[in-house]
Design a protein around this ligand. Structure first.
Ligand SMILES: C[S@@+](CC[C@H](N)C(=O)[O-])C[C@H]1O[C@@H](n2cnc3c(N)ncnc32)[C@H](O)[C@@H]1O
Length: 483
């Protein structure tokens, strides 16, 4: 099969099928947690209808932000612009509408309102105002928020109930600045089939579908007879309509796009104010959970990674995430993302691989299957990929599988075949997209077509364009390899 185009089967597939890590949390009761509220879940005043309203103008948005700031201040968060006894002036302010480095709208963000030095504590948010499993246990009861329940699910139940309480919720001022629907977050796991079709060719499509299916399964388990949602309804902790799948989807979209995994607390934390920081892959700002003296709860503290000038936006890195992950969980992609990748899946073809049975057995002995995945990055492709295709292309003349040195060419013929196999795999991956990169570029240059795409279409297009660029770059890199 050497020299043929079918040496390796290429298919982009995500290396990130996992959901974000969910950690076990201390489920003990919290003295600082809001008091458990029994009785009717629906309270008067500012009810859910006003909650579901998206901010219609800057004044409304600003009002919500001021209410959040006042609420945080009343719970000990120092947000004053002037110094006080033992407290430096708060260096940040909320910007209602920001744009990211690609000039795409990125919602609210936090800006430096004065110069910030590297290492400065930017804010401290006490655990008592955060949505955590500890607070869920205090509000819902330990028999609903059991340790066996996933942490995202537990926090989602608390979010759904608190949202139904409207203005009577302890967290009302915080809930009021959250996205009002899952659609507003725009994470690809809530996209329609028509929108997902825009991702054709990318592994992001299946990833989003599988994630959505996992969410449905998770909801079915929560809503099963005798499950937590049933119990909450029986105890009038929340009305049935507050616990619908749509509300669950909203809560999960909020959690996946905003909650932080605090290692020191061993807990997933939805921290008001801290979750206003937007993502930049280059940021090194860090969150730490610290225990102030004489307090049984933690504080989430954010430290500046560098100096910031006045009016500069302060970013956080949500992790080394590919665009596929960013779109799946957060609803956006970034161009020039240094952590973007395409996972190339390459497998031995039983019909075309020389010494197939021997090679397959060799891989099995090493605990591997016939198919291996290799992440192609923006600036590099793994040496292991060409090593694998050298192995895949070995004929009888290249000797024993066990003693070959795959880190260097085995023979001229083998090397040519190995490189061709990598290029073919990349070309096969490129062919899975309905358009070429050049056609995408022409589409983008057409203002009318660009406008028709809408926000999600545009994000999908950019995701696919970035992936195609990675594949094309990998082809060029293989062709340019030295002998
Ligand atoms: C943790 S929140 C950050 C605060 C958020 N902008 C808001 O308005 O509340 C994460 C969400 O912010 C937006 N976001 C964060 N970083 C972004 C970026 N670099 N580009 C575009 N949107 C971004 C996305 O909508 C994401 O789901």
């Amino acid at each position: 099969w050497r020299g043929s185009a079918a040496h390796a089967r290429g298919a982009v597939r995500s290396a990130h099928a996992r959901a974000p890590p969910i950690c076990a949390a201390d489920a003990g009761p919290s003295a600082a947690a809001p008091a458990r509220r029994g009785g009717a879940a629906r309270a008067g005043g500012d009810g859910p209808s006003s909650w579901l309203r998206a901010p219609s103008d800057m004044d409304d948005s600003r009002r919500r932000e001021s209410e959040l700031e006042a609420w945080l201040t009343s719970h000990g968060v120092y947000l004053a612009a002037t110094s006080s006894w033992g407290a430096a002036p708060h260096p940040l302010g909320i910007a209602s509408q920001t744009k990211d480095q690609d000039l795409q709208p990125s919602g609210r963000g936090l800006l430096a309102t004065r110069g910030v030095r590297q290492g400065d504590a930017l804010f401290r948010v006490p655990e008592k105002v955060c949505i955590t499993r500890r607070n869920a246990v205090a509000v819902l009861g330990a028999d609903i928020a059991t340790p066996a329940l996933g942490e995202h699910e537990t926090l989602a139940l608390l979010l759904m109930r608190e949202r139904a309480l409207g203005a009577a919720s302890f967290w009302a001022p915080y809930l009021n600045v959250l996205p009002s629907t899952a659609a507003e977050v725009g994470a690809s796991f809530i996209w329609s089939d028509a929108e997902l079709a825009l991702l054709q060719g990318s592994a992001a499509l299946n990833e989003a579908r599988e994630f959505a299916a996992r969410l449905r399964t998770s909801y079915s388990e929560l809503a099963a007879p005798g499950g937590p949602i049933d119990t909450m309804a029986a105890r009038a902790l929340a009305p049935a309509d507050a616990m619908s799948f749509e509300q669950f989807e909203w809560a999960m979209a909020v959690l996946f796009s905003r909650a932080i995994n605090m290692r020191e607390m061993d807990a997933l934390v939805l921290a008001p104010y801290a979750d206003l920081l937007n993502h930049s892959p280059g940021s090194n700002a860090i969150f730490e959970a610290e225990k102030p003296w004489a307090s049984d709860g933690y504080e989430i503290v954010c430290y500046a990674d560098r100096m910031y000038g006045q009016m500069e936006q302060v970013y956080l890195s949500y992790g080394k995430r590919s665009n596929q992950e960013l779109l799946l969980l957060y609803g956006f992609v970034i161009d020039r993302n240094p952590f973007d990748e395409v996972v190339l899946r390459v497998s031995l073809d039983p019909d075309a691989t020389p010494r197939y049975a021997e090679k397959s057995a060799f891989l099995r002995r090493g605990g591997r299957s016939d198919a291996l995945s290799f992440p192609l990055r923006v600036d590099r492709f793994p040496d292991e990929l060409i090593q694998f295709t050298r192995f895949a292309c070995m004929g009888p003349e290249e000797g024993a599988l066990e003693t070959a040195d795959y880190t260097r060419p085995l023979s001229v013929a083998n090397e040519e075949a190995a490189r061709t196999a990598v290029v073919d795999a990349c070309r096969a991956a490129l062919a899975a997209y309905p358009r070429s990169l050049d056609e995408d570029r022409r589409l983008l240059a057409d203002k009318g077509a660009r406008a028709l795409l809408g926000g999600r279409g545009y994000a999908a297009l950019r995701l696919c364009m970035n992936e195609k660029a990675i594949l094309e770059r990998a082809i060029r890199a293989v062709n340019a390899l030295a002998w």
